[in-house]
Write a protein that binds this ligand. Structure first.
Ligand SMILES: Cc1cc2nc3c(=O)[nH]c(=O)nc-3n(C[C@H](O)[C@H](O)[C@H](O)COP(=O)(O)O)c2cc1C
Length: 181
């Protein structure tokens, strides 16, 4: 798939066929996600893939703070990637002090890049995704048994899209977001 096409045609997918995405395909998507850049190349992003229906149900019940829109998406999702990151590393060159004024913001930044790389890699493999930020981090950590050193960045629901590809969502004009100095 052409990179420009991949960027422009990835959409948030919220309706999924009831068809499994095999673990080999998901492993290949994570293999591609590893190529995301990261602060100091620390590679703090982690992917916990949930394809057990009962655990997905639990994420729907306890992991999205009762947000009905997300509950409905989770109800028909085939899988959910819990994207997490190892805390307290990005932003520090040596020792305990943050090397930049942005302190620990870089770990979230790293997770964001990893997230987009994952969604684009999935799209290239024909797998639809939807990032979820309306979530309950603590509850999700407990449901999937996240290691103490990690925290949840986002949920990424995945599966094969059902029906027509989701319609493009509006974008700001280039003139509204670009300035040259
Ligand atoms: C950080 C982040 C959090 C999001 N949270 C949610 C969410 O909780 N539920 C949802 O349905 N979509 C969520 N989205 C998807 C956005 O609504 C979507 O990306 C945006 O409307 C643009 O549409 P597109 O992804 O199809 O291009 C989130 C996206 C991002 C990047």
């Amino acid at each position: 798939m052409d990179a420009i096409e991949m960027i422009k045609e990835r959409r948030s997918v919220r309706k999924f066929k009831q068809e499994k995405v095999d673990r080999q395909t998901m492993t290949e998507i994570v293999e591609l996600s590893r190529w995301a850049p990261s602060w100091g190349n620390f590679q703090v992003a982690r992917y916990t893939l949930v394809d057990d229906r009962s655990v997905i149900e639990k994420l729907a019940t306890d992991g999205v703070d009762g947000f009905v829109y997300n509950i409905n998406t989770l109800k028909n999702a085939i899988g959910v990637a819990v994207l997490s990151f190892v805390k307290g590393k990005s932003g520090k060159l040596e020792g305990d002090d943050y090397a930049t004024s942005k302190a620990n913001v870089w770990e979230v930044f790293d997770a964001g890049i990893a997230c987009q790389t994952f969604t684009l890699a999935a799209h290239a493999k024909g797998v639809g995704t939807c990032v979820m930020g309306v979530i309950n981090d603590q509850s999700i950590s407990e449901i999937v048994g996240l290691p103490e050193e990690e925290t949840v960045a986002a949920l990424i629901v995945y599966g094969y899209e059902d029906g027509e590809h989701a319609k493009p969502t509006p974008r700001k004009k280039v003139a509204d977001i670009l300035r040259f100095v």
